[in-house]
Design a protein around this ligand. Structure first.
Ligand code: UT7
Length: 331
């Protein structure tokens, strides 16, 4: 019996309307448009600024639009996997809330915490369910309301992040296209450099944890940058080498959108020209688990069946990885 392969058969994204520009940030912290653009590549990011709204409110419209676009009944969805570090609450999972709101009454689901690799780890998990033969329709979501955990008085981090969601539908492939290989890594020695210090079992919320701003993102940017440049480029090169893919064979690199300089270094190591790299960091900033599906959604119309696409990310944890997808449809 031939191996079952998982195919991405649809993609959708969602960004909130409100734009937080570099000019606006200049009024909030000691920064400037020029610094932000040259050091990161970011010009603006989207923020879900309505009170009472959470990460699921970014994911639900994306999922609903995808199901509508694909003409899939929510009752057909068997599993929903959500990569996020900004779950609506510690429990129950954001997947539960999404399933309830989109009417996926036959689905079970769960969240995966892998920071900026949340989508890649979730995608490989979903693909494995399809490959097992037991699942025919799995939704994989990457969604983060980063504004919920950003300290807008910290210029080191507040310029970087935005809010967004993206989702793909996975189904068994009917040909030789689909998710063909992955290299995924974690290294817990990186925990100190990028994390939210309190709110977990190590340091539950307290007056002190709030006063000391331990419920916001903490990042040692320089160190993370160093590891990210090497990590993302290493796995992207490795996945090409072990699958005998030359730069000419690769149609697109879909990099996590954390910093333009990290994206450039990865593309350079893979020998890819800029025209083959999906870049929307200037408009959305770093939306953590949402960056990669958001790119696939924005570039969907340009993708052709059979295109070799390399997804690559690096994030807190440390987590990093790359996935080789042979695109499964023309739009
Ligand atoms: O997605 C998850 C993984 N995360 C990443 O991949 C992020 C990796 N790190 C980065 O992208 C970069 O390290 C940052 C964009 C966060 C920072 O860029 P950098 O080139 O590493 O700058 P730096 O932190 O070394 O800071 C350089 C200078 C410092 O001033 P001094 O000490 O040289 O006087 C900072 O205080 O820039 C200063 N600075 C700023 N100046 C204006 C830091 N933030 C700002 C700011 N505006 N927003």
């Amino acid at each position: 019996m031939s191996k079952i392969v998982a195919a991405i058969t649809g993609v959708q994204g969602y960004v909130p309307d409100f734009k937080l520009t570099n000019k606006e940030l200049e009024k909030m912290v000691d920064t400037n448009d020029e610094w932000i653009k040259t050091r990161t590549g970011i010009s603006e990011r989207r923020i879900l600024n309505e009170p009472g709204k959470a990460t699921s409110d970014l994911a639900i419209p994306a999922v609903k639009q995808l199901l509508e676009k694909k003409n899939v009944n929510p009752l057909e969805i068997e599993c929903i996997i959500v990569g996020t570090v900004t779950a609506d609450m510690l429990f129950p999972s954001t997947a539960n809330i999404i399933a309830h709101n989109v009417g996926a009454k036959n689905a079970w689901g769960f969240d995966i915490s892998a920071a900026c690799c949340g989508f890649l780890f979730s995608l490989q998990t979903g693909a494995s369910f399809i490959e097992s033969g037991r699942y025919k329709k799995v939704l994989v979501v990457g969604a983060d309301k980063m504004s919920a955990i950003v300290d807008y008085t910290d210029r080191n981090t507040c310029i970087l992040f935005g809010d967004a969601a993206g989702v793909v539908l996975l189904e068994p492939s009917t040909d030789d296209t689909g998710i063909l290989d992955s290299i995924l890594k974690t290294d817990g020695s990186g925990v100190d450099y990028l994390r939210m210090k309190a709110g977990g079992s190590l340091e539950p919320a307290s007056i002190e944890s709030v006063t000391k701003k331990k419920h916001f993102i903490y990042q040692e940017g320089k160190t993370v940058f160093r590891f990210a440049v090497k990590g993302m480029a290493d796995v992207s090169e490795e996945i090409m080498q072990r699958n005998n893919l030359s730069a000419d064979d690769v149609s697109w690199l879909v990099p996590h959108q954390a910093n333009m300089r990290i994206i450039d270094a990865t593309a350079e190591r893979m020998g890819l020209p800029k025209e083959k790299v999906m870049i929307n960091i200037q408009r959305y900033g770093n939306t953590t688990a949402a960056t990669i599906p958001l790119c696939l959604w924005e570039w969907e119309k340009q993708l052709k069946k059979g295109d070799n696409i390399i997804l690559a990310a690096f994030g807190g944890g440390f987590t990093w990885g790359s996935i080789w997808v042979k695109w499964s449809y023309d739009t």
